[in-house]
Design a protein around this ligand. Structure first.
Ligand code: HEM
Length: 156
Protein backbone atom coordinates (compact mmCIF):
# COMPACT_ATOMS: atom_id res chain seq x y z
CA UNK A 1 0.00 0.00 0.00
CA UNK A 2 1.62 3.17 -1.25
CA UNK A 3 0.81 5.46 1.66
CA UNK A 4 2.20 3.20 4.39
CA UNK A 5 5.87 2.81 5.35
CA UNK A 6 7.25 -0.50 4.11
CA UNK A 7 8.61 -1.93 7.32
CA UNK A 8 6.59 -2.80 10.41
CA UNK A 9 7.38 -1.68 13.96
CA UNK A 10 7.07 -4.86 16.04
CA UNK A 11 10.46 -6.20 15.01
CA UNK A 12 9.14 -9.39 13.38
CA UNK A 13 9.86 -8.44 9.78
CA UNK A 14 6.15 -8.08 9.07
CA UNK A 15 4.79 -5.28 6.90
CA UNK A 16 3.65 -2.02 8.46
CA UNK A 17 -0.01 -2.84 7.65
CA UNK A 18 0.22 -6.22 9.37
CA UNK A 19 1.73 -4.75 12.56
CA UNK A 20 -0.80 -1.93 12.58
CA UNK A 21 -3.66 -4.38 12.04
CA UNK A 22 -2.41 -6.67 14.82
CA UNK A 23 -2.24 -3.82 17.35
CA UNK A 24 -5.60 -2.35 16.27
CA UNK A 25 -7.29 -5.77 16.47
CA UNK A 26 -5.99 -6.40 19.99
CA UNK A 27 -7.18 -2.93 21.10
CA UNK A 28 -10.57 -3.55 19.47
CA UNK A 29 -10.84 -6.95 21.16
CA UNK A 30 -10.20 -5.33 24.55
CA UNK A 31 -12.80 -2.64 23.71
CA UNK A 32 -15.38 -5.37 22.95
CA UNK A 33 -14.73 -7.07 26.29
CA UNK A 34 -15.00 -3.70 28.07
CA UNK A 35 -18.23 -3.11 26.13
CA UNK A 36 -19.66 -6.43 27.27
CA UNK A 37 -18.96 -5.42 30.89
CA UNK A 38 -21.01 -2.26 30.25
CA UNK A 39 -23.96 -4.50 29.35
CA UNK A 40 -23.42 -6.50 32.52
CA UNK A 41 -23.76 -3.24 34.46
CA UNK A 42 -26.97 -2.50 32.54
CA UNK A 43 -25.46 0.48 30.74
CA UNK A 44 -27.08 -0.63 27.50
CA UNK A 45 -26.80 2.61 25.49
CA UNK A 46 -23.05 2.88 26.14
CA UNK A 47 -22.71 -0.84 25.39
CA UNK A 48 -24.44 -0.42 22.02
CA UNK A 49 -22.29 2.55 21.03
CA UNK A 50 -19.08 0.75 22.03
CA UNK A 51 -19.77 -2.54 20.22
CA UNK A 52 -21.16 -0.83 17.11
CA UNK A 53 -18.14 1.48 16.87
CA UNK A 54 -15.75 -1.48 16.98
CA UNK A 55 -17.78 -3.48 14.45
CA UNK A 56 -17.90 -0.62 11.93
CA UNK A 57 -14.26 0.45 12.47
CA UNK A 58 -13.26 -3.11 11.75
CA UNK A 59 -14.92 -2.88 8.35
CA UNK A 60 -12.32 -0.17 7.70
CA UNK A 61 -9.43 -2.47 8.70
CA UNK A 62 -10.83 -5.26 6.53
CA UNK A 63 -11.15 -2.93 3.54
CA UNK A 64 -7.78 -1.27 4.04
CA UNK A 65 -5.57 -4.19 5.10
CA UNK A 66 -7.10 -7.66 5.20
CA UNK A 67 -9.25 -7.85 2.07
CA UNK A 68 -6.48 -6.52 -0.23
CA UNK A 69 -3.92 -8.75 1.46
CA UNK A 70 -6.16 -11.81 1.00
CA UNK A 71 -6.76 -11.00 -2.68
CA UNK A 72 -3.05 -10.53 -3.36
CA UNK A 73 -1.40 -13.19 -1.18
CA UNK A 74 -3.98 -15.95 -0.86
CA UNK A 75 -6.66 -16.00 -3.59
CA UNK A 76 -4.28 -16.79 -6.48
CA UNK A 77 -2.98 -19.86 -4.58
CA UNK A 78 -6.43 -21.39 -3.92
CA UNK A 79 -7.38 -24.16 -3.74
CA UNK A 80 -4.06 -25.88 -4.50
CA UNK A 81 -2.17 -24.06 -1.76
CA UNK A 82 -4.47 -25.14 1.06
CA UNK A 83 -2.15 -27.88 2.28
CA UNK A 84 0.30 -25.16 3.30
CA UNK A 85 -0.31 -23.44 6.63
CA UNK A 86 0.43 -20.06 5.06
CA UNK A 87 -2.70 -20.24 2.91
CA UNK A 88 -4.85 -22.51 5.13
CA UNK A 89 -4.56 -20.28 8.21
CA UNK A 90 -5.48 -17.16 6.25
CA UNK A 91 -8.39 -18.89 4.47
CA UNK A 92 -9.91 -20.30 7.68
CA UNK A 93 -9.42 -16.90 9.29
CA UNK A 94 -11.00 -15.01 6.38
CA UNK A 95 -14.08 -17.30 6.29
CA UNK A 96 -14.64 -16.98 10.04
CA UNK A 97 -13.91 -13.23 9.81
CA UNK A 98 -16.60 -12.71 7.17
CA UNK A 99 -19.06 -14.67 9.34
CA UNK A 100 -18.19 -12.61 12.45
CA UNK A 101 -18.68 -9.32 10.59
CA UNK A 102 -21.98 -10.40 9.03
CA UNK A 103 -23.33 -11.77 12.31
CA UNK A 104 -22.25 -8.55 14.03
CA UNK A 105 -24.03 -6.41 11.44
CA UNK A 106 -27.17 -8.53 11.82
CA UNK A 107 -27.08 -8.12 15.62
CA UNK A 108 -26.60 -4.34 15.34
CA UNK A 109 -29.52 -4.08 12.91
CA UNK A 110 -31.83 -6.11 15.19
CA UNK A 111 -30.72 -4.40 18.41
CA UNK A 112 -30.43 -0.84 17.12
CA UNK A 113 -33.17 -0.49 14.50
CA UNK A 114 -36.70 -1.60 13.65
CA UNK A 115 -36.09 -2.26 9.96
CA UNK A 116 -36.42 -6.06 10.11
CA UNK A 117 -39.84 -7.76 10.29
CA UNK A 118 -40.65 -9.60 13.50
CA UNK A 119 -39.89 -13.08 12.15
CA UNK A 120 -36.31 -12.04 11.31
CA UNK A 121 -35.63 -10.62 14.77
CA UNK A 122 -34.15 -12.74 17.55
CA UNK A 123 -35.52 -12.54 21.10
CA UNK A 124 -32.69 -14.01 23.09
CA UNK A 125 -30.26 -11.09 22.84
CA UNK A 126 -27.81 -12.37 25.41
CA UNK A 127 -27.33 -15.67 23.63
CA UNK A 128 -26.70 -14.06 20.21
CA UNK A 129 -24.30 -11.47 21.58
CA UNK A 130 -22.37 -14.03 23.60
CA UNK A 131 -22.08 -16.27 20.55
CA UNK A 132 -20.76 -13.30 18.56
CA UNK A 133 -18.16 -12.49 21.20
CA UNK A 134 -16.98 -16.12 21.19
CA UNK A 135 -16.82 -16.18 17.37
CA UNK A 136 -14.98 -12.83 17.33
CA UNK A 137 -12.41 -14.14 19.83
CA UNK A 138 -11.80 -17.17 17.61
CA UNK A 139 -11.32 -14.82 14.63
CA UNK A 140 -8.77 -12.73 16.55
CA UNK A 141 -6.91 -15.93 17.52
CA UNK A 142 -6.91 -17.28 13.96
CA UNK A 143 -5.74 -13.80 12.82
CA UNK A 144 -2.83 -14.06 15.24
CA UNK A 145 -2.22 -17.57 13.89
CA UNK A 146 -2.07 -16.09 10.40
CA UNK A 147 0.40 -13.45 11.55
CA UNK A 148 2.50 -16.23 13.12
CA UNK A 149 2.37 -18.42 9.99
CA UNK A 150 3.27 -15.50 7.72
CA UNK A 151 5.89 -13.55 9.64
CA UNK A 152 7.29 -15.59 12.53
CA UNK A 153 7.27 -19.34 11.74
CA UNK A 154 9.12 -19.06 8.39
CA UNK A 155 12.03 -17.24 10.03
CA UNK A 156 12.11 -19.10 13.38
C1 HEM B 1 -14.04 -9.90 12.94
C2 HEM B 1 -13.29 -9.70 11.92
C3 HEM B 1 -11.79 -9.87 11.89
C4 HEM B 1 -10.86 -9.82 12.91
C5 HEM B 1 -11.11 -9.58 14.40
C6 HEM B 1 -9.56 -10.04 12.31
C7 HEM B 1 -8.34 -10.08 13.02
C8 HEM B 1 -7.07 -10.24 12.43
C9 HEM B 1 -5.80 -10.21 13.11
C10 HEM B 1 -5.60 -10.04 14.63
C11 HEM B 1 -4.81 -10.42 12.19
C12 HEM B 1 -3.28 -10.47 12.43
C13 HEM B 1 -2.58 -9.18 11.99
C14 HEM B 1 -2.10 -9.20 10.53
O1 HEM B 1 -1.37 -10.11 10.12
O2 HEM B 1 -2.49 -8.28 9.77
C15 HEM B 1 -5.45 -10.57 10.89
C16 HEM B 1 -4.82 -10.79 9.68
C17 HEM B 1 -5.43 -11.07 8.47
N1 HEM B 1 -6.79 -11.12 8.23
FE1 HEM B 1 -8.24 -10.67 9.58
N2 HEM B 1 -9.72 -10.26 10.94
C18 HEM B 1 -11.06 -10.17 10.65
C19 HEM B 1 -11.67 -10.31 9.43
C20 HEM B 1 -11.02 -10.70 8.26
C21 HEM B 1 -11.68 -10.90 6.98
C22 HEM B 1 -13.17 -10.70 6.70
C23 HEM B 1 -10.72 -11.29 6.10
C24 HEM B 1 -10.93 -11.68 4.65
C25 HEM B 1 -10.75 -11.00 3.68
C26 HEM B 1 -9.44 -11.31 6.80
C27 HEM B 1 -8.20 -11.62 6.25
C28 HEM B 1 -6.97 -11.47 6.90
C29 HEM B 1 -5.67 -11.62 6.25
C30 HEM B 1 -5.42 -11.98 4.79
C31 HEM B 1 -4.71 -11.36 7.24
C32 HEM B 1 -3.17 -11.31 7.04
C33 HEM B 1 -2.90 -9.85 6.67
C34 HEM B 1 -1.41 -9.52 6.50
O3 HEM B 1 -0.65 -9.79 7.42
O4 HEM B 1 -1.08 -8.96 5.44
N3 HEM B 1 -9.67 -10.95 8.12
N4 HEM B 1 -6.83 -10.47 11.07
Amino acid sequence: MAFFPIKGFLGTGATFEADLNLVVQVVMGVALIAGSLLAKRKRYAAHGVCQTTVLLSNLGMIGLVMWPSFQQQVRPALPEGLHKWYFAAATIHALLGVMAELLGLYIVIVAGTHVLPQFLRFKNWKRWMRAELVLWSIVVLTGMGTYYAWYIAPFG
